[in-house]
Design a protein around this ligand. Structure first.
Ligand SMILES: Nc1nc2c(c(=O)[nH]1)N[C@H]1C(S)=C(S)[C@@H](COP(=O)(O)O)O[C@H]1N2
Ligand SMILES: [Mo]
Length: 331
């Protein structure tokens, strides 16, 4: 049994003995495992975590705690990707196309003031300042697998709330069938906006029922802190059952439409990146297989690739959204 002592209900070792990262990760593991009723095993894994070396963090970021989510499927019981990997191996093409570019370059992004305009086919269009958006619904923590279309994956604790909470506020019209997400495209602060890799701004989209699914997370933080710029500060989407590129970063507009949005990657290469882009091990990318993936942090000589799961392992939760659809055609 866990002895409840601290004001947050958990017993901690002396804070001088362990790194903040280890405390954070250990506490999250306990909450997660207690939720699934295997707390005993948690103590062993928690003790093991304390042996982890301190992880350097890029600058000081504000804490953004969230209560463990109760949404079904929202708490993967897997080893978290290390913070330093999740924040230094990124895709954010506005800041460069190499994995190491965003962490180097994204310091120029100005995340305050920040406004998200919610418009289109809704009864109540609104412009929300980031401080109001942060307060629109209670913050939750979700531990999601993120699978990049390139064949690697991570396990990341995110802070946010279901996008549906925002959608409910703006009251979509019956004619609204899709939601479009538009990322900031500011050539002054984003050195690769203007390059010809993609058609800027970065645009993504979802069908309305996908956007309303409780797992679709409007995200403000990770690892208990606000998002680092390279991960899409101050607000992004995280859609755990879809390839990573569907999860637009640094969002400035959310628009409700009656037509399927033209998305950045679909425009760049329609035969490679479809509108749905659900994780699907049975549909190969034209240039490579999607059957397996490399988990970032398991890069040793003998590391085995993992089998990619249908809908990235969220089939029980989201499979119904695609019932009857030909997923080879609708890739
Ligand atoms: N605006 C914008 N959003 C983006 C991207 C991008 O280049 N620009 N890259 C996408 C891709 S390909 C992935 S895998 C994820 C990566 O998120 P992460 O860096 O937080 O892991 O962000 C997605 N969102
Ligand atoms: Mo990706």
């Amino acid at each position: 049994m866990i002895i409840r002592t601290g004001k947050d209900g958990f017993q901690h070792p002396l804070s001088s003995e362990i790194t903040p990262q280890a405390v954070y990760q250990g506490r999250r593991d306990l909450m997660r495992l207690m939720a699934t009723g295997v707390a005993g095993a948690a103590l062993a894994s928690w003790a093991g975590r304390q042996a982890l070396a301190a992880v350097p963090r890029p600058g000081k970021l504000a804490a953004l705690p969230g209560a463990a989510s109760t949404v079904p499927g929202a708490n993967t019981v897997e080893k978290l990707t290390e913070y330093k990997d999740a924040t230094s191996y990124n895709n954010f093409y506005e800041f460069g196309t190499d994995k190491g570019d965003p962490v180097q370059n994204a310091h120029t992004l100005k995340t305050r003031p920040w406004t998200v305009e919610v418009s289109g086919l809704v009864k109540k269009p609104m412009k929300l300042g980031i401080e109001d958006l942060l307060k629109l619904a209670p913050m939750e923590e979700r531990i999601y697998r993120l699978r990049c279309v390139e064949g690697w994956s991570m396990v990341i604790p995110w802070e946010g709330y279901s996008l549906s909470k925002l959608i409910d506020r703006v009251e979509p019209l019956g004619s609204a069938k899709y939601v479009e997400f538009v990322s900031l495209a500011d050539p002054k602060t984003m050195p690769f906006v203007g390059s010809r890799v993609l058609d800027w701004p970065y645009v993504e989209g979802l069908r309305m029922d996908e956007a309303m699914h409780p797992l679709a997370l409007l995200t403000f933080g990770m690892y208990g802190e606000v998002l680092p710029n390279q991960n899409g500060a101050p607000v992004r989407m995280v859609l755990p059952w879809k390839y990573g590129f569907k999860s637009a970063k640094s969002i400035v507009q959310i628009r409700f439409t009656d037509r399927q949005p033209g998305t950045a990657w679909n425009k760049a290469a329609a035969n490679e990146y479809g509108f749905y882009s659900n994780v699907n091990p049975n549909v190969d990318h034209p240039r490579w297989s999607q059957a397996t993936e490399r988990r970032i942090g398991e890069d040793g000589l003998f590391a085995k690739r993992r089998k990619t799961l249908m809908f990235n392992g969220y089939e029980a939760q989201v499979g119904q959204l695609y019932a009857g659809m030909d997923l080879k055609k609708n890739y």
